[in-house]
Design a protein around this ligand. Structure first.
Ligand SMILES: [Zn+2]
Length: 279
C-alpha cells in the first residue's frame, strides 16, 4: 500500500509586486481543508510566522485529530535560511514558533524551510526548540544563484525518512529531528510533486506521477496561493496562474483515483517511523 501525505505551506500569496496579500488563506485554504476533513483525510498546516493572524483559528479546533501543525519559518525574505546569519535565522524561527503556539494553543512540531533551504545548523536548532520532524529536503533539488553560488543542493538525498547527520544533513546520522523528505516529481526533475502539478496537468497525469514516485511516503506539497484563481490582471507569474485553481474539483478527482492508498499527515509518519528514537 502507498501512503499519501497532503502537506500545506500556509503563507502569503506568491506575487511579483511584493504586496502582502492572503487571498490563498482567506478564500482558498478553508475550501480545500473542508474537502479533506469531509473525507477524513489528515493533512499538515505549515504556517508562516508573518501571516499567523490570518490562519483560520477553527482549523485545528474542528478536527484536531486530522491536522499536524507545523511552522514554515517567519517569512520568505530574503528567501534562504541556509544563507541567513545564524542569530537572525534563529530569532525568526523562534518568533514564528511562538506566534503559532499562541494562535493555536499548541506548539508546532513540524518544520519546513522556505524554498527547501534547510541545513545542519538549523536542524540542530529545531531539535532544541522541541521540533520532532523536518520536511524540507527535496531530493534532486539543485538551485544556484547567478549559475554559481549553490542555494539548495539536495542531489543524492534519501527519499525515505531518516535522522540526518550533524556533519552532512543529506546523510543519515544521529540528530534527533526526523527528516521526512518532500516527494520529488518523477515527471519534472527538481520540482516537488504537489497541488500545482495537479492543477496544471490534471488528475490522471498526477496519479501516474504518484505511482512512479520513489519512497515509502508521498509528501504532496501544496501552497495556500495555489487554492485560488489568479487572472492576467493579478501580479503573479504565468506559472502561478497555471498552478492555481479556485475550486477543489481536480483534487476530488485525484482522491477518487487513489483507491487503495492510505492517507496520513507528518505527525503520523513520525509516529510510525519512531521519531527521535531508533529511526
Ligand atoms: Zn513557502
Amino acid at each position: 500500500m502507498r501512503s499519501f501525505c497532503f502537506s500545506i505551506d500556509a503563507e502569503r500569496d506568491y506575487r511579483t509586486d511584493g504586496q502582502l496579500t492572503v487571498r490563498g488563506l482567506a478564500e482558498g485554504l478553508p475550501m480545500f481543508t473542508d474537502l479533506l476533513t469531509s473525507h477524513d483525510i489528515p493533512f499538515d498546516i505549515m504556517g508562516s510566522g508573518e501571516i499567523v493572524e490570518h490562519l483560520p483559528r477553527d482549523l485545528l479546533q474542528k478536527r484536531q485529530d486530522l491536522v499536524a501543525l507545523g511552522c514554515h519559518a517567519y517569512s520568505h525574505s530574503p528567501g534562504y535560511l541556509s544563507r541567513m546569519p545564524r542569530r537572525r535565522k534563529e530569532a525568526e524561527i523562534q518568533r514564528a514558533t511562538a506566534l503559532l503556539r499562541e494562535r493555536f494553543g499548541r506548539p508546532p512540531m513540524q518544520f519546513r524551510a522556505p524554498n527547501f533551504s534547510i541545513d545542519g545548523e538549523t536542524l540542530e536548532f529545531l531539535g532544541g526548540l522541541g521540533y520532532r520532524i523536518d520536511s524540507s529536503v527535496l531530493p534532486g533539488r539543485y538551485v544556484r544563484r547567478w549559475r554559481l553560488i549553490p542555494l539548495v543542493d539536495h542531489r543524492g538525498a534519501p527519499f525515505n525518512p531518516y535522522r540526518p547527520s550533524s556533519v552532512n544533513f543529506l546523510h543519515p546520522g544521529e540528530t534527533p529531528v526526523l527528516e521526512v523528505p518532500v516527494t520529488p516529481n518523477p515527471l519534472a526533475s527538481g520540482a516537488p510533486l504537489g497541488l500545482g502539478f495537479l492543477h496544471s496537468e490534471g488528475a490522471r497525469v498526477c496519479r501516474t506521477a504518484l505511482e512512479k514516485a520513489a519512497g515509502r511516503y508521498v509528501v504532496f506539497l501544496a501552497h495556500s496561493w495555489e487554492m485560488v484563481r489568479w487572472t492576467s490582471a493579478d501580479s503573479v507569474r504565468p506559472w502561478v496562474r497555471d498552478a492555481s485553481r479556485g475550486k477543489t474539483d481536480l483534487l476530488e478527482e485525484l482522491l477518487a483515483l487513489l483507491d487503495g492508498w492510505e492517507f496520513l499527515n507528518l505527525d503520523r509518519v513520525g509516529a510510525r517511523e519512531g521519531r527521535g528514537g531508533g529511526g
